[in-house]
Design a protein around this ligand. Structure first.
Ligand SMILES: NC(=O)c1ccc[n+]([C@@H]2O[C@H](COP(=O)([O-])OP(=O)(O)OC[C@H]3O[C@@H](n4cnc5c(N)ncnc54)[C@H](OP(=O)(O)O)[C@@H]3O)[C@@H](O)[C@H]2O)c1
Length: 274
């Protein structure tokens, strides 16, 4: 694993993380652990004290800069705010030579206030922060052919799942990255998982080769967690107002697994039009 292409592209600029919540922090740790030189990473967030404290605990405070500085010095910008804050980058001027990578659930690239050519705008949908820390995650990449992002996702230990269209990310998000969390909650609540039901749901939403994703979710999801550990696990993975959150709420309201997952897909589609 290497950052050869990435470092060539960056020169003495940085990968900027715009947002340092659950996902941003896990990505920062993952990039450094994979060997990205520290001088090639910069982080900004909205300024919450809690995030400052968490970044300090992780030994990342020295990488924190103002949003303006991070955007100016970054040739690769990872957008890591909540979907509800999708317009946050509007106030900043991106470099014309930069590559913009959105990690936001739901929101299509065209709905973000970023005026770069198509070839410089990329979307990634990754599994939860714990999978980044454990190097056993999956991610969708759109467009798939972006070699720089392939190299970076490889370095983070993320297996890339091919998708044909950007709109396939709606179903992929609920039925892929969210699935380990959803299954963990489902079985914790005392229900058994019916793989056949999940395979049928994936078929209905046009996700091919789903058995590999299903196997992945079963194999990486944590087991035998205490109630506190379950809460911590759900907290890091469920962005409030996001897709996992919608699925968990639907399950808590008594929906069956496939109907709750469908709720998640609908939530992603709803975010796209908000
Ligand atoms: N968590 C997951 O499992 C997961 C998985 C796949 C995709 N995603 C996507 O990743 C994104 C982030 O999720 P998350 O769970 O990490 O959310 P989060 O924990 O709420 O973090 C959001 C971050 O955005 C920052 N932010 C908000 N407005 C900003 C602004 N104007 N300028 C700079 N920073 C700003 C916040 O700053 P403060 O800390 O200062 O408030 C915070 O650090 C979401 O769009 C989500 O759909 C998440």
């Amino acid at each position: 694993m290497s950052f050869e292409l990435t470092l060539q592209f960056l020169g003495n600029s940085t990968i900027g993380l715009f947002g340092a919540g659950h996902l941003g922090k896990a990505i920062a740790e993952g990039l450094l652990k994979a060997g990205l030189p520290r001088q090639n990473l910069a982080i900004c967030h909205r300024g919450s004290k809690e995030t400052d404290r968490e970044l300090a605990d992780l030994g990342l405070s020295d990488l924190v800069e103002s949003g303006e500085k991070v955007v100016r010095q970054s040739r690769i910008l990872f957008y890591l705010v909540r979907p509800q804050n999708s317009q946050a980058v509007r106030d900043y001027k991106l470099r014309e030579d930069s590559l913009f990578i959105s990690f936001l659930a739901g929101i299509p690239l065209n709905n973000l206030p970023v005026h770069l050519p198509d070839a410089q705008r990329v979307r990634v949908m990754t599994s939860a922060p714990d999978t980044l820390r454990n190097h056993n995650g999956i991610a969708a990449l759109y467009p798939q052919g972006n070699l720089l992002m392939r190299e970076i996702l490889d370095s983070l230990g993320l297996r890339i799942v091919p998708l044909g269209h950007e709109s396939d990310i709606h179903a992929f998000t609920a039925l892929g990255p969210c699935l380990p969390i959803v299954l963990t909650y489902w079985e914790y609540a005392g229900f058994n998982t019916d793989d056949h039901e999940l395979l049928e749901t994936a078929k209905k939403f046009g996700i091919s080769n789903y058995s590999g994703i299903l196997q992945w979710a079963h194999s990486i999801r944590p087991r035998q967690l205490s109630p506190e550990e379950i809460n911590r696990y759900l907290f890091q993975a469920a962005t409030p107002g996001g897709v996992t959150d919608a699925i968990l709420s639907a399950m808590r309201a008594g929906m069956c697994l496939s109907a709750a997952l469908q709720r998640g897909i609908e939530r992603s589609q709803q975010l796209a039009t908000a």
